[in-house]
Design a protein. Structure first.
Length: 180
């Protein structure tokens, strides 16, 4: 899948407008899962518009490989005073994942850097930035899907089909089935 929502980060500034310049997130999988083996890209969206993208398949792009920490820099996301800003985090998953990557994952914001109206930079890397997490799992396409085949009530009664070389024997219904 591509650009599937895996979490939403909400920010609200109460003492003036602010410009978010940097956001760090962590992706933590259960067991021995490594995010660079599972994800192709991680993107940020504001109001339905993609504002940033990171190549999550490159292990060198992680600030802290053990924590699965990625950084989005040079964001220039403006948040208005007393208005809640939602930043949607989306993921594109790699093809041919092993069972190691088909696990439960946790997404968390680990740091947020912003500039206030006086152009003073502040980096928040504790509460309330790190208070909440989002959990999701990666499943193989078709997981929990089922194909049910049954004979239809309009299935023809048993009959003999006579094949004669002198007459046409095309379009004879022999079975009607319902697929669900």
């Amino acid at each position: 899948d591509e650009d599937v929502e895996i979490g939403v980060i909400t920010a609200e500034f109460v003492d003036g407008d602010a410009e978010i310049s940097r956001l760090d997130i962590t992706l933590d999988g259960t067991g021995s899962a490594q995010p660079w083996d599972a994800f192709d890209t991680i993107t940020l969206w504001v109001d339905g518009e993609k504002v940033a993208e990171v190549d999550a398949s490159d292990e060198d792009n992680y600030l802290d490989e053990d924590a699965g920490e990625l950084r989005f820099a040079d964001l220039d996301i403006v948040a208005m005073e007393d208005e809640e800003l939602e930043i949607t985090v989306a993921a594109s998953v790699q093809n041919n994942l092993d069972s190691t990557e088909l696990v439960d994952w946790t997404l968390a914001a680990s740091a947020l850097r912003f500039f206030d109206a006086d152009d003073v930079a502040t980096t928040e890397d504790g509460a309330p930035v790190t208070d909440d997490t989002s959990t999701f799992d990666i499943q193989t396409a078709g997981t929990d899907e089922e194909l049910s085949v049954s004979l239809s009530s309009s299935n023809p009664d048993s009959t003999d089909i006579v094949v004669d070389t002198d007459t046409d024997t095309n379009d004879v219904t022999i079975l009607v089935a319902d697929l669900e």
